[in-house]
Design a protein around this ligand. Structure first.
Ligand code: FES
Ligand code: FES
Length: 156
């Protein structure tokens, strides 16, 4: 069964006809070409599919696209503006917090949400914010450092 759904993605209004069983991750990647949202497990266990739904990090592999009527979605593609990276994105690069990159969009979006609501966070708060996101490359230390550096840069 198909359903018409209208939502805002990265500040653009989108209207789509979607199968009601398809997830938000599938629709973002396959219908809208926003492949920055990764989907390695599709089971809700890795965090790589994290997007912001009305500013709150969610696992897009566990949410039906048809349930997002009227909501605002931010993917990794929606962060940079006029070619300028956010402080979090820049800090991930500068601190060497990106290796294969599979976890990076989800990590960065979780960090962006944290810095919106709680700034500057403690190291423990950063660790808590990314606790649902798996990284098999970095050992997490550089990711936490990057978020702390971005938090500091945001409050200079
Ligand atoms: S792809 Fe959604 S949690 Fe892993
Ligand atoms: S950089 Fe490879 S999974 Fe995190």
């Amino acid at each position: 069964m198909k359903q018409r759904v209208a939502f805002n993605v990265n500040l653009q209004e989108r209207e789509l006809l979607v199968d009601t069983h398809r997830t938000l991750a599938e629709v973002l990647r396959e219908d809208l070409g926003l492949t920055g949202t990764k989907e390695p497990c599709a089971l809700g266990t890795c965090g790589a599919c994290t997007v912001l739904l009305d500013g709150v990090p969610v696992l897009s592999c566990l949410i039906l696209a048809a349930s997002c009527e009227g909501r605002a979605i931010t993917t990794i593609e929606g962060l940079a503006s006029d070619g300028r990276l956010t402080k979090v994105q820049q800090a991930f690069i500068d601190q060497g917090a990106i290796q294969c990159g599979m976890c990076s969009p989800g990590m960065i979006l979780c960090a962006e949400a944290l810095l919106q609501e709680n700034a500057p966070p403690s190291k423990a708060e950063v660790e808590e914010a990314i606790s649902g996101n798996v990284c098999r490359c970095t050992g997490y230390h550089k990711i936490v450092e990057a978020v702390l550096v971005a938090a500091e840069a945001s409050h200079e």
